[in-house]
Design a protein around this ligand. Structure first.
Ligand SMILES: Cc1cc2nc3c(=O)[nH]c(=O)nc-3n(C[C@H](O)[C@H](O)[C@H](O)COP(=O)(O)OP(=O)(O)OC[C@H]3O[C@@H](n4cnc5c(N)ncnc54)[C@H](O)[C@@H]3O)c2cc1C
Length: 263
């Protein structure tokens, strides 16, 4: 059973900075990591391959340095990686990203299950998985915490809910986004690391697609726009209250009313 795992390289939280002029994330000269949630997606892909055979291919759309995210996945044991990178895709929003990824998946062709992480820790929208499924016109289950059973034609999964979980059945092919409760990702093995060191993924650019609607990608093709981003200025002010409990409670209520946050 061939499985595709979508992975994203993200800026490590400790080095995340916004360009104050353009309002976009500064991605150059900062530490990049594999999106932590995608490690669970890779692990689940590997477990399915170990049970059912086939191969696991990771796909990422990003700048050339995103090859490092693929190498991490290779170290963990995936079979192949594809990096989709082109200046024409730069500035893509989640929909444009999902459209491009869906074209990549169509080109790969032979797949039964697509797995994504719950969300990327930088963009944080959790939109790409559902949008890819929509572009491919296949079913999608979000927040999968367990795969109970898989056959050639269908899959039964548990979907995490706020107050418990749902058991859902879907036909294949299907796209699943997984939560961290699903497994414990393995570390890269020594053999995997050795392979990863020299590994060169397939690199696809816009020229590799014959039937691609370029009006749907890049900044121009993206239906959403970031109009403004800013870092809120934090102000810390402390006021000491005095008196007995009732007096302090009354004073506190007065101060809260002054702030005009409770009507
Ligand atoms: C309005 C807008 C404008 C943007 N402009 C830019 C920009 O100019 N430059 C820029 O670099 N980014 C830009 N982004 C961010 C970029 O579109 C998103 O990072 C990307 O589409 C993924 O969205 P996300 O990070 O919210 O991922 P989520 O939807 O939270 O990710 C869910 C899962 O989808 C998969 N996934 C997500 N992204 C990818 C990917 N690229 N390749 C493979 N799998 C993936 C992963 O499995 C991930 O766990 C913009 C986003 C928005 C909303």
């Amino acid at each position: 059973m061939n499985i595709i795992v979508l992975i994203k390289q993200v800026v490590a939280a400790t080095s995340a900075k916004i360009n104050p002029e353009t309002g976009t994330l500064i991605r150059e000269g900062v530490e990049n990591i594999l999106n932590p949630f995608d490690e669970y997606a890779i692990e689940e892909g590997l477990r399915l391959r170990e049970k059912l055979g086939g191969k696991v291919t990771v796909v990422t759309m990003g700048p050339p340095q995103a090859v490092e995210a693929i190498r991490k996945a290779i170290g963990m044991g995936v079979d192949e990686g594809i990096l989709v990178s082109d200046a024409k895709f730069a500035g893509s929003d989640t929909w444009a990203t999902a459209y491009t990824l869906s074209q990549v998946i169509k080109k790969i062709g032979d797949y039964r299950i697509i797995i994504t992480g719950k969300q990327a820790v930088d963009g944080d929208t959790a939109q790409v998985g559902p949008e890819v499924a929509s572009c491919l016109d296949i079913p999608m289950v979000a927040w999968v915490r367990k795969i109970e059973e898989v056959s050639d034609a269908k899959i039964r999964v548990e979907r995490l809910m706020e107050d418990g979980y749902d058991v859902l059945e879907s036909s294949l092919p299907v796209l699943l986004s997984v939560v961290k409760e699903i497994n414990e990702p393995r570390l890269e093995s020594l053999k995997g690391k050795m392979r990863a060191k020299k590994y060169e993924p397939l690199k696809w650019t816009s020229a590799d697609f014959s039937d691609f609607d370029f009006s749907q990608v890049g900044l121009k093709g993206s239906p959403t726009r970031v109009k403004k981003t800013f870092t809120p200025q934090r102000q810390y002010k402390a006021a000491m209250l005095s008196g007995n409990a009732a007096q302090m409670a009354e004073e506190l209520c007065g101060k809260i009313k002054e702030l005009n946050i409770i009507k």
